[in-house]
Ligand binder design. Structure first.
Ligand code: URA
Length: 425
């Protein structure tokens, strides 16, 4: 087998054989297929697509490139959630302890932010002492004692994806549905969860800008999970405006703790409960009541124990940024648009995100919203507060919020976009 014949097959719109797929993934992981050859193949896949059987085989080959975890010794059913990424998406933070409080085990392997979307690990690292890097044994201990763990995926899980994802990131080939689906699902299947709920984001702040593409991605991932014996369900949820009222690491932890304390923004509570119900149902616990676990403090208790078990101090004050800048409403009326992508880029430029994998992030940086689309606003009243340790970044963040990122219209009300747009099982 050789890389050029595999590239030619896909370049000429052919179907890759099982043997070609197994060989190219294995040879690329071992360094025998060069980055430039894999880039050409990824571009051919982006342009010409893959059939369902090809995607399934590609996913299986990526799973086989590394280790598989096994949670079968746990006394509880396992349930995991994956979001395709958005702005202000802090849902994993309240969700994992909430679902654990309802009786499932939640092994949540999470990532860091790159670009305009935040990363769960960066958010949690704003809690003094909290550790993202756990050994497999430590992870199992936290899962056994608390029922929920949020940590970094080890290097042994789907190493082919690690290499390929970094390559796609720099070759304009991230946006291929077969490659996104196989990338996400290879890691989740190798992780060994029994059930999985996918939160596929749709809108300006998401990978998938329209419902049609999001449906295709969701049904491809649900099919892959189901074929591998993982009970998989997807919710398609709106990402045209940020989730909740904060985008930024410590700001989002604070908001998550508000939700666990029984408060917090309505959209964050709605999505947390909807995903919790799906996870509990998929895990075989349909009678559990997540709303009760939020109200009676048991979800908060699991949060505190989970943070402490990973070295964090749940009572320590969260870091705040040194400087603030307020953006005010330019007119009175109804806020019709607060663009998720623009707010995500602003938070990133303020220091909440990183441009390169090795960059540090500022724990206190980000954007705080004082109104959501549909709210009435008054000229001169605060609309956003920008937070950063480095005030020279304010202008750069404000550039992202210029143009049509913010819309105010002289209408009595705006039709609110539903948060949950579809469900695919
Ligand atoms: N997240 C992943 O893990 N992989 C992708 O390809 C895209 C998003």
């Amino acid at each position: 087998m050789d890389a050029i014949s595999v590239i030619r097959t896909k370049r000429d719109r052919g179907r890759l054989s099982d043997a070609q797929i197994d060989w190219v993934i294995d040879a690329y992981t071992r360094g025998e297929v060069a980055d430039e050859q894999m880039s050409a193949l990824a571009m051919a896949i982006l342009l010409n697509g893959m059939e369902r059987e090809e995607i399934a085989r590609w996913t299986a080959a990526m799973i086989a490139s590394g280790e598989r975890m096994d949670f079968s010794s746990l006394p509880r059913p396992t349930a995991d959630k994956h979001s395709t990424g958005g702005v202000g998406d802090k849902i994993t933070l309240p969700l994992a302890p909430l679902v654990a409080a309802c009786g499932a085990a939640v092994p949540q392997l999470s990532g860091r932010g790159l670009g305009h979307t935040g990363g769960t690990l960066d958010k949690l690292e704003s809690i003094p002492g909290w550790r993202a890097l756990l050994s497999n044994d430590e992870m199992m201990d936290v899962l056994r004692s608390v029922g929920a763990v949020i940590c970094a995926a080890g290097d042994g899980l789907a190493p082919a994806d690690k290499k390929l994802y970094a390559l796609r990131d720099v070759t304009g080939t991230v946006e291929a549905i077969p490659l996104i689906a196989s990338s996400i699902m290879s890691k989740k299947i190798a992780e060994g969860t029994g059930s999985l709920v996918l939160d596929v984001k749709v809108g300006s702040g998401a990978f998938m800008k329209n419902l049609e593409d999001a449906r295709e991605l969701a049904s491809t991932m649900v099919g892959l999970g189901t074929d591998h014996g993982v009970r998989t369900v997807a919710l398609l949820t709106d990402m045209s405006t940020p989730l909740g009222l904060t985008a930024g690491n410590a700001l989002e932890v604070r908001e998550s703790v508000e939700v666990l304390a029984g408060g917090g923004p309505a959209d964050v509570v709605e999505l947390t409960l909807a995903l919790a119900r799906e996870m509990l149902d998929a895990a075989g616990l349909p009678d559990a009541d997540p709303a009760k676990a939020l109200a009676d403090g048991s979800a908060m208790d699991h949060w505190r124990r989970m943070v402490a078990a990973q070295g964090g101090d749940p009572d320590a004050p969260l870091p705040t940024a040194r400087e603030r800048h307020t953006v005010t409403a330019s007119a009175s009326g109804t806020l019709t648009r607060l663009d998720a992508y623009a707010v995500g880029v602003a938070a990133w430029r303020l220091g909440a995100g990183r441009a390169r994998k090795e960059d540090p992030v500022q724990a206190g940086a980000g954007v705080e919203l004082h109104a959501k689309p549909g709210d009435r606003v008054t000229a001169g009243a605060p609309l956003l507060t920008l937070h950063t340790d480095t005030p020279e970044r304010f202008d750069y963040a404000l550039e992202a919020l210029a143009g049509d990122a913010i819309g105010i219209a002289d209408t009595a009300s705006a039709e609110p976009t539903p948060l949950i747009l579809d469900r695919i099982a």
